[in-house]
Design a protein around this ligand. Structure first.
Ligand SMILES: Cc1cc2nc3c(=O)[nH]c(=O)nc-3n(C[C@H](O)[C@H](O)[C@H](O)COP(=O)(O)OP(=O)(O)OC[C@H]3O[C@@H](n4cnc5c(N)ncnc54)[C@H](O)[C@@H]3O)c2cc1C
Length: 534
């Protein structure tokens, strides 16, 4: 390994890899280092060590609209082997009586499904999709793809167009207020909130009322990476290597080096140092970056204070049950609706709007709600993830991090809780008797934090989407444009705009900022939100 690069990136989460790929294509020699044994962070697919041939996606699986991301095209990821599918019955909320509320890639079928519960709600759905589609396409998508505007400038820009004013009006509501005001049926309300709550926005928070119509109006839905989520990381790495840069894993970064008023490289555990001529970018969270890796005297007290008070979502990290199976789940509801056995994401146990209050109240008391879960059987769509004729499946539940007051209690409870998730699944899919299971394992929020320490408290969004931590102010005011107050140090992970989940846009936007700072040619075509475009 050379002792100096043009740039060093901390972490090999997908945002880091996206940034690295743009920098490598811009002619820089860049190293990305990760403490984990495999690259990709939340793009993890592991082979089951007890039953070879079964591949489990232990973190992200549902990659929303991934193939429409600008970097997917710019970096020619299909040439590097990435392949995505978007199953038609994309989401099914299956009720105990066998009915289901369904989201299809074909909007007419979605509207029909809503109509089976309420004709009025189906008409409302149509109206919102029609009204919000131009808002999504002309404002929300282009706004997520460049670095964010300062809030006053954004407000002023949006205020100058009819679409922008409408967006501001709807956003002023909370998702909860939006759903209660617009939809009438209990199941529809519950389904819409859950669909939205999956993305971890606090449903009670004003400022996010637009998130539900935006999700409904998006042209693409959840997609899956063939071969497993890690294949996306592998495709990114192929591009990075093809352009002369390196990705190294199993290396713990001890310190970010600081010399003559700017960052100058990193020191690895063991004392080896690697220089960075032009930049260091961190795909880690702001507490790791500013408080753990930089010496205190190189960071101002204001920045240390802002990093220390950066908020993580503590209410709803995920618990996961991973299964290796002899056969796929066969839902009893499929006797009436055979399509259900081909649903991509299934939501089970949710039937009433009031369950939200119950779930939030349980989380706040450190209790497991134990009622609602969602997941998929990836091998229904991609048999390569299990031996011939066999299957994998997983189920997730939102649970509190501090179980009964302490995260340590997960070690006591997690195996038990895995069994109760399985029992709930088997109530909906009675073919899943214990004899159908070849192997299983669970992951608690503490396991998430252990494998990906940037997800403190198991927070999969790497920082909450509270009003003071979004857009220009993510992760905090003064570091919201991927550039930090420390010379030569940049941010590129899910703690920056537009936030966690597999979007790659944090890394994509950071690339634009770095290209401008380092005066590199911008060979790609990043969008800009202008009054003319909206
Ligand atoms: C159980 C689970 C399910 C999820 N499901 C979905 C889903 O279906 N769809 C979706 O869009 N999102 C999902 N997510 C969220 C998604 O995985 C994350 O939001 C996303 O991975 C964040 O990307 P990132 O680029 O910020 O970095 P990450 O993917 O978090 O990667 C960060 C990298 O930094 C490394 N690192 C951490 N600390 C250090 C250190 N000190 N030194 C060096 N390296 C370090 C880690 O090893 C890791 O490789 C899920 C997350 C979890 C936990």
């Amino acid at each position: 390994m050379p002792d100096e690069y043009d740039g060093i990136i901390l972490g090999t989460g997908h945002n880091s890899l996206v940034l690295q790929a743009y920098m490598a294509r811009s002619g820089l020699r860049v190293l990305a280092v990760d403490r984990a044994p495999a690259p990709g962070g939340g793009l993890a697919t592991i082979e089951n060590p007890r039953v070879p041939g079964f591949r489990h996606n232990t973190h992200s699986f549902f990659h929303r609209a991934l193939t429409s991301m600008p970097w997917y095209r710019d970096l020619e990821l299909e040439r590097h082997g990435a392949r995505y599918i978007e199953p038609e019955l994309n989401v099914a909320l299956i009720l105990p009586d066998g009915r289901s509320l369904e989201w299809w890639t074909n909007f007419e079928k979605t509207a029909e499904s809503f109509g089976e519960f309420s004709q009025r709600d189906a008409a409302t759905l149509r109206r919102w999709v029609e009204e919000f589609r131009p808002i999504v396409e002309r404002i929300l998508i282009p706004e997520a793809q460049p670095p964010p505007l300062p809030p006053e400038q954004r407000q002023e820009l949006l205020g100058r167009s009819r679409l922008g004013r409408r967006l501001l009006e709807v956003a002023a509501l909370s998702p909860l207020e939006f759903v209660v005001r617009e939809f009438e049926h209990d199941v529809v309300r519950a389904g819409l909130l859950f669909f939205n709550g999956l993305r971890e926005i606090d449903l009670r928070l004003r400022g996010f009322g637009h998130s539900i119509p935006a999700l409904l109006a998006g042209r693409h839905m959840a997609q899956m990476c063939l071969g497993g989520s890690a294949n996306l990381a592998q495709a990114l790495i192929k591009d990075i290597r093809e352009h002369g840069s390196e990705v190294l894993t199993g290396l713990e970064t001890e310190r970010i080096l600081f010399r003559r008023g700017r960052v100058a490289g990193i020191e690895l555990a063991g004392g080896e140092t690697i220089g960075a001529k032009a930049f260091v970018a961190s795909g880690l969270n702001p507490q790791q970056t500013f408080l753990q890796l930089l010496e205190p005297d190189t960071v101002s007290s204001q920045v240390r204070e802002k990093a220390a008070t950066f908020q993580f979502n503590t209410l709803a990290p995920l618990f996961a049950l991973n299964l290796a199976l002899h056969e796929p789940p066969r839902f009893s509801g499929a006797q009436q609706r055979p399509e259900l056995n081909k649903a991509f994401m299934v939501i089970l146990g949710l039937e009433r709007f009031a369950q939200f209050d119950e779930i939030v109240a349980a989380h706040e008391r450190g209790r497991i709600p134990g009622t609602v879960m969602w997941g998929a059987c990836p091998t229904l769509f991609d048999p390569s993830q299990a031996p011939p004729g066999k299957h994998t499946a997983f189920m997730w539940e939102k649970v509190p991090y501090a179980l009964w007051g302490s995260p340590a209690n997960w070690e006591i409870e997690k195996e038990n809780h895995g069994k109760s998730l399985f029992n709930l699944l088997a109530r909906f899919a009675p073919n899943l008797t214990p004899r159908a299971i070849i192997d299983s394992f669970v992951q608690s929020p503490v396991d998430t934090e252990r494998t990906l320490p940037n997800m403190k408290f198991g927070d999969l969004l790497v920082g909450s989407f509270a009003n003071n931590q979004v857009g220009y102010n993510r992760p905090f005011p003064g570091a919201g444009e991927y550039k930090t107050p420390i010379q030569g140090l940049y941010l590129c992970g899910g703690s920056t705009h537009p936030g966690g989940n597999i979007t790659g846009l944090c890394g994509y936007n950071a690339a634009r900022v770095l290209a401008a700072e380092l005066r590199l040619p911008v060979w790609w075509n990043p969008p800009q939100l202008t009054v003319e475009s909206i």
